[in-house]
Design a binder for this molecule. Structure first.
Ligand code: ADP
Ligand code: MG
Length: 325
């Protein structure tokens, strides 16, 4: 994993390997793992079979190689991202949840939209972006973005908005409406199926946008401040829903957040970004919870980790980092 300057790593207490555990592990996938052959009942062959096919390693999920992005031209060009390098490996049966923190304007949305292949952020000005081993050329069904502005289609009601992506994929009407109804329930909006976006609060619209993306089960889920407009109770519920889905689908998830606590609670790794120019200053591995969420959030190691991260943000962006615990 290539990463940026790690000079402050020592300030974060006790980082542990990002290992799935009893709370976060994808239990459903456990049985898919091939059992370890027992050494004693498998004698070593004297001669190895000459033509045993080699298992190819799966391609990395996302790779950034020296990616920079400027908006504008010539003397007016303004760098939004500078020299970003990272690799998200494919972890079989696990997936990974990456949280991204940093002050406004440090390029978080730009980074997500470059992965998504969306203009005007994509293509980058220089550098290389690979998704599942291939250079990104445009948007694709392997990536789903829940945009910061949770853009819904104003002339469609809740269920039609949630079902819209399935319609584009040619899924039969009854099937897509049934599925959409399930998702509307999952995000706690049952009873609002026939309402239009203009009749919903910001938080409700945000949940419709989340359902509309999750229903498509993208391999890579990109979420730009997805829970920002939600009440604290609903926010916790949506975080749990995200973790549950991530476990079920083993997708790779990127979540931009302004909450340090959310970044540490959700993330296997936290990308720490800084502005002027927008850059990735560190990647922190987060110890995995071993106890239920409410208990975990009260544990000293969790609180210490959050405070350490907040200090790092203050060090990297002393004025107005805009983050909160
Ligand atoms: P963040 O999401 O971290 O707040 P952004 O990725 O939205 O940051 O923006 C990074 C920088 O790029 C900012 O200086 C912003 O003004 C600039 N920027 C973002 N989108 C555009 C755009 N479409 N045109 C011009 N400048 C942009
Ligand atoms: Mg943004």
């Amino acid at each position: 994993m290539a990463m940026a300057d790690s000079k402050h790593e020592a300030q974060i207490p006790a980082p542990e390997p990002a290992k799935p555990d009893a709370v976060r592990a994808p239990a459903a996938a456990e049985h898919l793992r091939a059992p370890e052959p027992s050494r004693s009942d498998k004698p070593e062959p004297l001669l190895k079979a000459p033509t045993e096919p080699k298992q190819l390693a799966p391609p990395d999920v996302v790779t950034f190689r020296d990616v920079s992005k400027s908006f504008g031209h010539g003397a007016a060009a303004k760098p939004a991202l500078h020299g970003i390098n990272f690799t998200i490996e494919d972890l079989p049966y696990v997936g990974e949840l990456i949280t991204i923190v940093g002050p406004s304007g440090c390029g978080k949305s730009t980074m997500l939209r470059i992965i998504a292949g969306l203009k005007p952020h994509f293509p980058p000005t220089s550098g290389e972006v690979l998704v599942l081993g291939k250079p990104v050329k445009e948007a694709g069904p392997d990536r789903g973005l829940v945009d910061q502005k949770y853009s819904l289609l104003p002339h469609l009601n809740v269920i039609q908005n949630v079902a819209f992506g399935l319609k584009l994929r040619g899924v039969r009407r009854s099937e897509r409406l049934d599925k959409a109804a399930e998702w509307v329930k999952k995000v706690g909006l049952d009873g609002c199926e026939t309402k239009y976006p203009s009749e919903l609060s910001g938080g409700m619209q945000q949940r419709v946008a989340i359902a509309a993306t999750l229903i498509l089960q993208p391999r890579i889920l990109l979420m730009d401040e997805p829970f920002g407009a939600l009440d604290p109770g609903i926010r916790l519920r949506m975080q749990e829903l995200l973790i549950q889905l991530w476990n079920e689908q083993q997708s790779t998830v990127f979540v931009v957040t302004h909450s340090v606590e959310e970044a540490v609670y959700l993330g296997d790794r936290v990308f720490l970004m800084a502005p002027n120019p927008g850059r990735l200053v560190d990647v922190l591995k987060v110890p995995r919870p071993t106890v239920p969420p409410e208990e975990y959030r009260r544990k000293p190691e969790f609180i210490n980790f959050c405070q350490g991260l907040l200090r790092r943000l203050e060090d990297e962006s002393p004025v107005g980092h805009g983050m909160k615990v």
